[in-house]
Design a protein around this ligand. Structure first.
Ligand code: DON
Length: 573
């Protein structure tokens, strides 16, 4: 560990360097100090704000807006900073979804989900006996889909005001000059050390001699150089040239299948956002290949005709109803949802009120449903990810969820390029009837096909009230993502909570299979007992999600909240 005096000298040196070369990250009269920063869980800002998984990344986003950028600029800069300061999930080797609304009402959905490489095959994770390999889709080179994040960032630039070179500079500085890591980051890096060593074929900055400690400075020179190639050459600084060569060489050393053409041909796609009403609010969420928007639409429609608010927050009655909606919607996920460019997803039917009523026809308010008898509906029509919420003074709302899938993705760092590859291939259904790492089932709709995008649960979401910006929300958490967003919306709308309570109160989760309700440890004990007496199997688990939310208050201020479950932090002005 460096001596404090040296640390502060370095901090000064950094500040000076920033002031000379990157005025854009100077916000509120002082530069961002990557050696001294604090976590801010909530604040009301009058103009613009960001909530993300790391204080430095939120500060970068806020400073970019202070320097004249809009919420899109901030979303790009924050994601790039997260790729440096939050390597478990922030990424350039993964993928994500950006959902936004401009002040003129225009909605934007950018799909930069990873895609299966050309050489992928339907049965690539099955052994010679037809059994799913427990590891191949999870760790190492074969687990990665073609990364989409960088294409997504450049697709976002259409809506940005500042040049990309300015937006990427803070991330370059953080990578080259380093930043101090938190206790949580140190212990998570130490816990993954062996996996990094096993799966990466070259030394990586994520592994140091001895153990990481809180207060250590992490420097990532190779990642800095990769970001600089993007600064100089745009998206082809990643999908072509030196970076592409390094990715393909890494793949070849570890029996991976991503090739130069896979990288060259990857594109982000625009998706029309899903929109529906819930109790006088307009909900906007992400379309397939996310299952998230459909799931929250289905669940909210299933409970809308019941007076949930009058039941009381987390009363047995409210929770039981919400669980039964979760069970039914997730059964449909397994059957009907996948990449719409490869499989016809019955979006209209799934979102309809008639279908929601049909699905709830066998709902019994006194008794647990049984997943083995609740199959997907009849339709005739053929734990690492991270979220950031941003709003600016002009009223742009931007909601981004981005992922490597598992913590640190495939744990494979691209040799010489310094970034982690995703293990998103596990989000495909490797074999019908065999669950993936989040316990999600799937079949034809989500089978592996070259070029296809794996089904996601990521649910970046916006809420309008009287057609005016109200809430930006989203979270990581694998299959728990849609249930977290669903509960946040119900907490805000039915239980009139502020954003802080709406995201930080204890949560519960049911996903059809396994037929059990997972609850956080601080979940109401009495409700738990009563649910058990109705026949529910309840399991306790660690935190569900890390939700970041911004809510516009009646005085126009932006209540900006970061989840209590991590180092998540807000910034704004
Ligand atoms: O896209 C998905 O649904 C998953 N890859 C998300 C993974 C995730 O949220 C892990 N976070 N804790």
């Amino acid at each position: 560990m460096r001596k404090p005096i040296l640390l502060s000298l370095l901090a000064i040196a950094f500040v000076v360097a920033q002031a000379q070369t990157v005025p854009s990250i100077v916000g509120a009269g002082k530069a961002i100090d990557p050696y001294h920063y604090t976590i801010v869980k909530k604040a009301d800002y009058s103009k613009a704000s960001v909530s993300s998984a790391h204080p430095l990344a939120s500060q970068v986003g806020a400073a970019i807006m202070k320097a004249g950028g809009n919420a899109f600029d901030a979303a790009v800069a924050t994601q790039l900073a997260l790729a440096v300061v939050y390597p478990a999930a922030g990424n350039i080797g993964g993928g994500g979804f950006l959902l936004a609304r401009k002040p003129n009402g225009e909605l934007i959905g950018i799909d930069y989900r990873e895609a299966a490489p050309e050489k992928a095959t339907r049965d690539m994770y099955l052994d010679k006996n037809g059994n799913v390999s427990p590891t191949l889709s999870l760790a190492g080179h074969l687990a990665s889909g073609i990364p989409g994040t960088v294409a997504g960032l450049f697709a976002t630039m259409t809506y940005a005001k500042l040049p990309f070179r300015q937006l990427v500079q803070p991330a370059i500085d953080l990578a080259e000059k380093g930043f101090v890591i938190t206790e949580r980051e140190a212990s998570s890096l130490n816990g993954t050390r062996e996996a990094f060593l096993k799966n990466s074929t070259r030394p990586t900055a994520l592994v140091k001699e001895g153990k990481w400690k809180a207060g250590d400075t992490m420097v990532q020179k190779e990642l800095g150089a990769t970001l600089k190639r993007m600064q100089k050459d745009g998206a082809s600084g990643f999908y072509g040239g030196e970076t592409a060569k390094l990715i393909v060489e890494e793949m070849q050393r570890g029996n991976g299948i991503i090739g130069l053409d896979d990288l060259k041909n990857y594109t982000a796609k625009l998706r029309i956002p899903l929109q529906f009403e819930y109790r006088g609010h307009q909900v906007i969420s992400f379309a397939p290949p996310s299952s998230g928007g459909l799931l929250i639409a289905q669940m909210l429609k299933m409970i809308e005709k019941y007076p949930v608010g009058s039941y009381g927050f987390q009363s047995p009655k409210a929770v039981q109803l919400m669980i039964e909606a979760e069970r039914r919607a997730y059964a449909d996920r397994a059957e009907f949802m996948g990449d719409p460019d490869f499989f016809k997803v019955p979006v209209k039917t799934l979102m309809s009120e008639a279908y929601a009523a049909e699905r709830m026809a066998d709902y019994n308010p006194d008794k647990a449903g049984v997943s083995s008898s609740i199959k997907a509906g009849q339709i005739k029509e053929s734990e690492q990810t991270t979220h950031l919420s941003v709003m600016d003074a002009a009223g742009n709302m931007v909601s981004v969820t981005t992922t490597l899938n598992g913590g640190y993705g495939s744990r494979t760092v691209v040799g010489g390029a310094g970034f982690l590859m995703n293990n998103e291939m596990d989000d495909f259904s490797a074999k019908p009837g065999v669950p993936n790492m989040y316990g999600a089932y799937g079949g034809e709709a989500n089978a592996i096909v070259p070029g296809k995008r794996m089904l996601s649960s990521m649910t970046p979401t916006l809420l309008l009230k009287n057609n005016k910006p109200y809430v930006v929300v989203g979270t990581p958490g694998g299959t728990t993502i849609p249930t977290s967003v669903y509960q946040a919306i119900v907490n805000l709308v039915d239980f009139n909570m502020n954003a802080d309570d709406a995201i930080n109160k204890p949560k519960f989760h049911h996903q059809w299979l396994p037929d059990e309700v997972a609850v956080e440890r601080d979940f109401n004990a009495e409700t738990k007992k009563q649910l058990q007496s109705m026949g529910y199997k309840i399991t306790e688990r660690g935190g569900i999600g890390r939700t970041e939310a911004i809510r516009v208050l009646s005085n126009g201020k932006k209540e900006t909240v970061a989840d209590k479950r991590g180092d998540d932090s807000v910034a704004g002005f």
